[in-house]
Design a protein around this ligand. Structure first.
Ligand code: ADP
Ligand code: MG
Length: 258
């Protein structure tokens, strides 16, 4: 395709279950040969002091999704459990991986990685502490995955404390988005919960991730890279979420990393 040629992708995703929301995405992008063009690089943190909500899963998926669009991507794993760094080493050697849970080292790693990458994705540990605070205080964008349960919503209070503090001292930064993960579409609870979450004053993503075996089994790869039909639903949910999260942040769509 010629470098000047415009590429339009219009995709409609229509949920099929009783309470499924209709999601229509319109992606207008410009394919400009091998030019790598972004307005500025970005530090994105996946955080929630609660464990098991999908921080590592989403960090790895977003990193791979951006890499597959031709961006220079690094993953900063700050969880001593090391799930996302191990995942990424098996999944994509083209993505730089750094591991540290020391707050000073996190700041140094952030500066070094930002100098050489378009996106640095940080995976926070599932507990309060220096590492979780550091990656939140350094973030341009903080994404908080949470499960649609009363317990998880209650635990959100703790996760939002550092974000509120950071926003106070850093003039509104990080921009923050709450993302519902492991959603059972047949439940009305999700819509009610979303309304409730919006009263917190934080942005809640329209897109949500369903609880899908394919996502649970995607360890060491990404559902967006799979071609087997069983991964299609997971890939659709991830793609919709990432397009929403990254809207306006990807200036030019480029040839994929090779
Ligand atoms: N949408 C989903 N559907 C099914 N399983 C999921 C989904 N998101 C995450 N999981 C699974 O939930 C578990 C916890 O996810 P993980 O990303 O490790 O959470 P965290 O990093 O917040 O502790 C993992 O086994 C993962 O495969
Ligand atoms: Mg994790």
């Amino acid at each position: 395709m010629a470098s000047h040629e415009r590429l339009s992708i219009r995709r409609s995703i229509v949920g099929q279950s009783e309470h499924a929301s209709q999601c229509r995405l319109q992606i207008m992008s410009c394919q400009a040969g091998n030019l790598r063009a972004r307005l500025e690089n970005m530090f994105i943190t996946f955080t929630n002091t609660k464990g098991g909500v999908g921080k590592s899963t989403l960090s790895c998926h977003l990193a791979i999704w951006l890499f597959d669009r031709g961006y220079r991507v690094a993953l900063l794993d700050t969880d001593p459990q090391g799930s996302s760094s191990e995942w990424m080493r098996n999944a994509e050697p083209g993505i730089t991986v750094r591991v540290t849970s020391d707050s000073d080292a996190i700041q140094t790693a952030r500066n070094e990685l930002m100098a050489a990458h378009d996106f640095v994705i940080a995976d926070a540990p599932g507990a309060e502490g220096g590492a979780a605070n550091a990656v939140t205080m350094l973030a341009d964008l903080a994404v908080l995955p949470l499960e649609p349960t009363a317990l998880c919503v209650r635990a959100l209070k703790d996760a939002l404390k550092t974000i509120r503090l950071s926003q106070t001292v850093r003039e509104g930064k990080p921009e923050t988005v709450l993302v519902l993960n492991k959603v059972n579409k047949r439940s009305r609870r999700t819509a009610t919960l979303k309304k409730q979450l919006r009263t917190s004053g934080f942005r809640v993503a329209e897109s949500e991730l369903r609880w899908l075996d394919a996502i649970a089994e995607s360890c060491d790869s990404a559902v967006t890279r799979e071609t087997a039909p069983k991964y299609a639903g997971g890939a659709m949910d991830m793609e919709a979420l990432f397009v929403e999260l990254m809207a306006g942040r990807l200036s030019d769509r480029i040839a994929a990393n090779e």
